[in-house]
Design a protein around this ligand. Sequence first.
Ligand SMILES: C[S@@+](CC[C@H](N)C(=O)[O-])C[C@H]1O[C@@H](n2cnc3c(N)ncnc32)[C@H](O)[C@@H]1O
Length: 435
Amino acid sequence: MNIKVRIVKLLMEFEEGKYSNLLLNDYFREHGHELTRGEKAFITEVFYGVIRNLIFLDYQIDKRSKKVHRRWLRNMLRLSMYQAYFMNSDEAGIAWEATELTNEKLGTYVGGFVNGILRNFFREMEEEENFLRENDALDIFYSYPRWFYEKVVAEYGEEAEEVLKSYKRIPSMSVRVNTLKYSEEEFEEFLDRKNIKIIKYIEGGVYYLDSGSLIDTPEFKSGKIVPQDGASFLAARTLGAKAGERVLDTCSAPGTKSMVLAEDMKNEGTITSLDIHNHKVRLIRRSAKRMGVEIVEAKKLDAREVAELNTEFDKILVDAPCSGYGVIRKKPEALYNKDMESVEELANLQYEILTAASKVLKVGGELVYSTCTIFKEENTDNAAKFLAENPNFEAVSIELPGNIKGKFDHLGGFNIDYTEEHLDGFYIIKFKKNS
Ligand SMILES: C[S@@+](CC[C@H](N)C(=O)[O-])C[C@H]1O[C@@H](n2cnc3c(N)ncnc32)[C@H](O)[C@@H]1O
């Protein structure tokens, strides 16, 4: 099947509500053997590129015709425009192929229409950036919902455009070495053999690589490595879990951070890993099995009801459900399906989970609160409110490797922010219970 027709089909399935990352993983699992490495990379770039720049591309289509209602047609136009504008591919070739494919699918009349729209866009596209800038439409230029754009401008002022640009970057792939089964030396030898280069290394075993996904490799299948962002790794590592401790991970599916805790604990002690969804609890168990982790007890429970466990914990990780704006490089759809109201609802839920968790922490114990988002409501504001309402807690200083960019807030919480090129946007703060 033609590669662009494959991408159109994927985009249509995405529009039906499937998560972009799951969709692509499933697709490569089923059809990977029909594709070369280069074709997989092309599908990945164009599929994500279109989703990332959806608002800009749809604006360009609608500006030139109000008649594009068929989803196949719209997606063919979106990906053709994406290739020309963002990948600088040969315009004549793009128009020719899109026209031929449309002729075949929808007849020559529609094929001619596609040719006309694309040629019109190619002629005018150099002017688009200036036009949108002059018309106060940077939200369209960078493909952000208007409310989000205005909030970034209000919160970041002069830095706003850098923030908008940063989260539209193509993400780098990262994996963590599971030291329960493998070593960094062995992994680096594996990378050498495969001719894969390291772009960035995070102390503790996270590698950013210049390659596509490694989930097809025996190293992944046998649990020696796991796809994980450095920010997610650092949130778990900051808890400083030790062998023999009793640890709670309140919102843990699919279990990526629980597995880091288990390694820090050398597979000794207990980790109670909760999630509100049954099907997600199964993912935690599956991941623990693959990675040789024996101390995780995965349970379905609403973390706000954690008192039901009748247990006190030495350490607690509250990696709260959040709006996910720090990870939109990898999950670009998170941007389009939420609004300010959802941010406020999530902030309330996070606060309730944090408060419930704090009550089952031992005196002298430590708790890390983290989110993968960038707005203060879910981060500093929640932490400040928690400290104000719980004077028996204090924020304690956290140490992160020197090659991580970001800023501490006035409480001592760390924002891995837009200045960090590779790691996801994250907020991490650590509290200690004094009485
Ligand atoms: C940010 S994700 C957790 C990622 C996980 N810590 C990891 O590293 O793999 C948040 C999780 O919280 C779960 N969740 C949402 N509301 C919850 C609640 N009230 N209690 C427990 N878990 C909840 C979601 O199902 C989701 O899996």
